[in-house]
Write a protein that binds this ligand. Structure first.
Ligand code: CA
Length: 221
């Protein structure tokens, strides 16, 4: 999962980015003003926007209004100051899905993000099930036929991306976009290496390689 974080406070930005990368193995890109946020959002690669409201160059509310005016469905979680009740209300009215008041606990941020993504994907239960395969985004546990499967953080992120839409292939570059943030070194064959590891651990039939197109989890496992 790839997140855009928009925050001009360097300490908050750094701690949020570090925590989400390490604890949740999300790819997190961080920009520090509203104009940079709009440029980054133009790529359309993000699964979630974490948006501070008081930002240089362009206010967070303006960024949000513009996003919704362009009919972007991306889930948005607002990060706001304690005394800014009016801002929070305006943010929700402008199309934010949730907000968190600063200073917030990083574990709570992780939990809010998971809840938001569950609501967004229409799943009430946190566990993703596909055939005999179960994947828990909260605990990062994976089970196949009732037996635990141990995956690395990157393998888990890759499998989660593929399981969002079984039967729909993702290209190598789409997968790279999902599991790496900016400035993270991507070696040329890493996706293949992770796919190979996943097929070895789960069974080759779980991940199909469509030559020249990409990879997918079959619709009917
Ligand atoms: Ca700010």
């Amino acid at each position: 999962m790839r997140i855009l974080l928009v925050e001009d406070d360097p300490m908050i930005g750094k701690s949020v980015q570090d925590a989400l990368k390490k604890q949740e193995s999300y790819a997190v890109d961080w920009v520090r003003d509203g104009v940079a946020a709009e440029l980054a959002l133009g790529n359309g690669v993000y699964d979630l926007l974490l948006l501070d409201l008081g930002l240089p160059r362009k206010a967070g509310l303006e960024v949000l209004s513009g996003l919704r005016a362009r009919k972007s469905p991306i889930p948005v979680l607002i990060l706001t100051a304690r005394d800014a009740v009016a801002d929070r209300v305006a943010g929700l009215d402008a199309g934010a899905d949730d907000f968190l008041v600063k200073p917030f606990d990083l574990d709570e941020l992780g939990a809010r993000i998971r809840a938001l993504m569950r609501r967004h994907s229409g799943r009430a239960s946190p566990v993703i099930e596909h055939g005999d395969l179960k994947l828990n985004p909260l605990t990062h546990e994976v089970e196949l036929d009732g037996k635990p499967v141990i995956l690395s953080a990157r393998e888990f992120a890759l499998l989660s991306a593929l399981l969002e839409r079984p039967g729909a292939p993702l290209s190598r570059s789409q997968l790279e976009e999902r599991i790496y943030g900016w400035g993270e070194e991507v070696e040329s064959n890493t996706i293949e290496v992770y796919i190979h590891a996943l097929r070895r651990k789960l069974g080759a039939h779980w991940i199909l390689n469509l030559r020249g197109v990409g990879y997918m989890v079959p619709k009917e496992p």
